[in-house]
Design a protein. Structure first.
Length: 330
């Protein structure tokens, strides 16, 4: 009680503040989301995500080596596939020579210590831009899970360390675990996007992959029948607990910033590492405001990353990974 206790004594100088600081962010906390394009020597800017590019595999590999040298130990991989390869089954997703499978192999060959976590979802391969197979105007759960099993095994065969299902179908973690195990990939882990909300924060990502749900009266116009309602809290815990029971090694909450209450509650409910995805729209907001001089870019970046970790994240998927790692190395 005051005057015996004075909280400000522990804030007097940077030295004492650094001694009692509870949360320290390091590059090893980060996963870097990367967009892969077909071709070679391709580097395409994504207008709504300044500083982020879609790169062909050769340039991606160069970038991965740089990331590793900066202390980053994991990449999340997303591919932009040609329109002619899209259909309603997503079968290109498990083509052993597909863009994703080639990218995984090339990265693991060039930088074996980098943890490669490909995205497992059908949307980049779907003519409809949905994460599932569509029948009678609905997203079909169980046939989609069958597709995700094949996709996951093909990622493991290409050398993935983890697969990261981001689709929100029921039961997919269990079925993917079983498929990996029966194919001999018992060491390949699963980072499940467990509490993934139907969020408008994914807009720039869908620009990057051209993967937004198409405008067609026959099919759902949004992802609300599988991604979660952002008004809900208990549902997130339920989903995370299901995924742990089904064999997830890491559970994820997504988006980040506006969902840190969920991060803390999931963290308190499970005994596996919790990942947080600071998504494209969150990145775009910081870039846009700092381009206008309205926010201090680097300070906002570090404050957000630190607060995400403080909320309970053991690892953070963030488009800021490289910039933050460079800043931390200074
Ligand atoms: C697709 C997927 C999405 C993101 C990651 N995987 C988009 C979506 O669900 O529509 C979003 C990532 C971001 O916004 O940065 N399954």
């Amino acid at each position: 009680m005051f005057p015996l206790e004075r909280g400000r004594r522990l804030r007097v100088s940077e030295s004492i503040r650094s001694l009692v600081r509870e949360t320290i962010v390091t590059p090893a906390d980060f996963m870097f989301p990367m967009f892969i394009a077909e071709g070679s020597n391709v580097e395409e800017a994504i207008p709504s995500m300044p500083g982020i590019y879609r790169r062909s595999i050769d340039l991606t590999v160069k970038e991965v080596k740089e990331l590793y040298a900066l202390g980053i130990r994991a990449v999340n991989i997303y591919v932009k596939v040609g329109e002619h390869l899209k259909d309603n089954t997503g079968k290109e997703a498990w083509n052993p020579n597909g863009l994703m499978q080639q990218a995984i192999k090339a990265i693991k060959d060039a930088c074996p210590e980098m943890i490669v976590m490909p995205d497992v979802a059908l949307d980049p391969y779907s003519i409809y831009g949905h994460d599932g197979i569509i029948g009678k105007g609905k997203i079909l759960n169980d046939p989609t899970v069958e597709a995700l099993m094949q996709m996951s095994v093909s990622h493991a065969a290409a050398g993935a360390d983890f697969v990261a299902p981001s689709d929100m179908m029921d039961g997919r973690v269990l079925r993917i675990r079983q498929a990996l195990d029966t194919s001999g990939y018992t060491d390949v882990g699963i980072m499940s996007y467990s509490a993934k909300y139907a969020s408008a924060f994914y807009g720039p990502f869908r620009d990057a992959l051209d993967s937004a749900p198409v405008d067609n009266a026959e099919i759902p116009k949004d992802k609300k029948t599988y991604q979660m309602d952002y008004a809900n809290r208990l549902e997130a815990i339920k989903e995370a607990l299901y995924d742990v029971e089904e064999g997830a090694d890491i559970v994820m909450v997504k988006p980040g910033m506006a969902y840190l209450d969920i991060v803390r509650e999931v963290k308190d409910a499970v005994h596996v590492p919790v990942a947080v995805f600071q998504v494209s729209g969150e990145y775009a907001m910081v870039k846009a405001a700092s381009e206008r001089g309205w926010l201090d870019h680097d300070k906002i970046m570090m404050e957000q990353l630190t607060c995400i970790k403080r909320a309970g994240a053991s690892l953070i998927s963030t488009y800021f990974a490289k910039e933050a790692a460079i800043l931390l190395s200074k």
